[in-house]
Design a protein around this ligand. Structure first.
Ligand code: TRP
Ligand code: SF4
Length: 369
C-alpha cells in the first residue's frame, strides 16, 4: 500500500490535490482494491490519479474487448522518465490486454519544429527500440506513427474541428496556435479511434500518461460527448503518474542531459550523474547522523522508488535508515549507482537486437516522407 511509505506518499497527494479539486481527476488509491496484482507504481502512489479507470477495469475483468494506448513525442533520447510509461504498457500487456504505442511525429514536427527525418529516426531507434528492449512484445504490440494512419483516423480529426471553439481551446491550453490545435485534435483521435466500431471496436481504452497530458483527455471526453448522436466513440479512461524529479533538481528533460539518465548513456557517465544528483542529505556527516536525511526531498531516493528497488520492504528499509541517520549519502549513492549499472548493462545488451526488431517494424509502419 502507499501507506507503507507514508510521508512520501502523502507528499504526492498534497502536491497533486489541485488536480483532484479543479479537474475532477480521482485519486488512484480509491480503485487500488480492484486490482489483484497492482504495479509498484500503483501501490507506491506514483500513479496517483485516474479518470474512469474503474469502468475500464470492470470491462477488462468481465472479458470485454479493451485496449491500452499511449504515445510518445519523439523529441530526443529515451530516458528513465519514458521508461516509466513503457513499464506500464508491459504490465498491461502481460495481463493479456491489447497494447498500442504511437509515435507522435506530427506533434514533434509541428509543435517542436524537429525535421521529419529526425522525428522518424528518433521514433524508431530510440522509442520503439527501447520499448522492445524493456519487454514490450514486438509481435503483440501495435505501433503506429501519427502521420501514417488509416484514412478514417484523419476523418475524425476533420470532423472534430467542427465542435470546438477557439475560446474553448484557449481556456484549456492557454496561448494556442495552428500547430498546437492540429496536435490536440490529433491526440483526441489517438485516444478515441479504437472505440469506433469500424476502427477497432474496443469497449474501453485506457491511456496511461503523465499528468501534463490531462488537458488533451478532457478535450477528448468533451468531444466524444458532443458527437454522441453522430459518431459512436467512447470516452477514454486514463491514469496519471507523477514525474521523477530531474537529477539536478529541475525538470527531467532530454534537452538537459545532466537532468536525465538516458537508457543509452555510457555506464560510467550514468554513474557520475548519480554521484552528482541532488540529495536530501545534510551539510555534514555529523549532522546527518544526528538529524537524519530527508528522503522525500532526495532524487536518489526517487531513483530507488521509481526504478531500482522493486521490493517494498527493501525500499522501506532504505527510507527508515535515511530518516534515522544510519545511512549516509556517499554509500547510498554507491548502492544506487551499482543497481543502475546492473540495469543499464542488461538493457543495453538487449538493445542491439531490439533495434533490429524496431527497424523491421519500421519497414511496415514508417511514413514515406
Ligand atoms: N502529447 C504526447 C507527448 O507530448 C504524445 C501523445 C500523442 C500521446 N498522442 C497521444 C500520449 C495519445 C498519449 C496518448 O508526449
Ligand atoms: Fe538520499 Fe540516500 Fe542521502 Fe538519504 S542517504 S538523503 S536517500 S542519498
Amino acid at each position: 500500500m502507499e501507506l507503507r511509505i507514508d510521508p512520501w506518499g502523502s507528499t504526492v497527494i498534497r502536491e497533486y490535490e489541485k488536480l483532484f479539486q479543479y479537474f475532477g481527476i480521482k485519486p488512484f488509491r480509491e480503485v487500488l482494491h480492484l486490482i489483484d496484482k497492482p504495479h509498484m507504481y500503483m501501490t507506491r502512489g506514483i500513479i496517483f490519479g485516474h479518470r474512469d479507470f474503474d469502468k475500464f477495469w470492470k470491462l477488462y475483468r468481465s472479458g470485454r474487448r479493451v485496449a491500452v494506448l499511449t504515445g510518445f513525442m519523439p523529441s530526443g533520447r529515451f530516458h528513465i522518465g519514458h521508461k516509466m510509461v513503457v513499464e506500464q504498457l508491459v504490465y498491461y500487456q502481460r495481463l493479456g490486454i491489447d497494447v498500442y504505442m504511437l509515435i507522435a511525429d506530427a506533434e514533434a514536427y509541428a509543435v517542436r519544429r524537429i525535421p521529419r527525418s529526425e522525428v522518424i529516426r528518433i521514433g524508431v531507434e530510440e522509442y520503439i527500440a527501447n520499448a522492445i528492449a524493456l519487454g514490450l512484445d514486438s509481435e503483440k504490440t501495435v505501433f503506429y506513427f501519427q502521420t501514417n494512419q488509416r484514412p478514417e483516423y484523419y476523418r475524425l480529426i476533420q470532423l472534430f474541428s467542427r465542435k470546438v471553439t477557439f475560446n474553448e481551446l484557449e481556456a484549456i491550453y492557454g496561448s494556442i496556435e495552428p500547430a498546437k490545435i492540429m496536435a490536440a485534435l490529433t491526440q483526441v483521435a489517438d485516444v478515441t479511434f479504437l472505440t469506433h466500431p469500424s476502427m477497432g471496436g474496443y469497449e474501453a481504452v485506457l491511456v496511461p500518461v503523465g499528468a501534463d497530458q490531462d488537458p488533451h483527455l478532457r478535450l477528448a471526453r468533451d468531444l466524444v460527448e458532443r458527437f454522441s448522436s453522430e459518431i459512436e466513440l467512447k470516452q477514454p479512461s486514463s491514469t496519471y503518474h507523477r514525474f521523477m524529479t530531474g537529477l539536478d533538481g529541475g525538470k527531467m528533460s532530454s534537452s538537459r542531459p545532466e537532468s536525465a539518465i538516458f537508457l543509452t548513456d555510457d555506464i560510467e557517465e550514468a554513474k557520475k550523474k548519480v554521484f552528482r544528483a541532488l540529495t536530501g542529505g545534510r551539510a555534514t556527516a555529523e549532522e546527518q547522523r544526528r538529524l537524519g536525511g530527508e528522503p522525500e526531498k532526495c532524487v536518489v531516493f526517487e531513483l530507488f522508488a521509481y526504478h531500482l528497488v522493486k521490493d517494498d520492504k527493501e525500499l522501506k528499509r532504505i527510507y527508515d535508515e535515511c530518516r534515522s541517520g544510519l545511512r549516509l549519502c556517499g554509500q547510498c549513492k554507491r548502492e544506487a549507482a551499482k543497481l543502475l549499472e546492473e540495469f543499464l548493462r542488461e538493457h543495453q545488451e538487449k538493445l542491439a537486437q531490439a533495434r533490429e526488431e524496431a527497424r523491421r517494424i519500421a519497414k511496415e509502419i514508417k511514413p514515406s516522407f
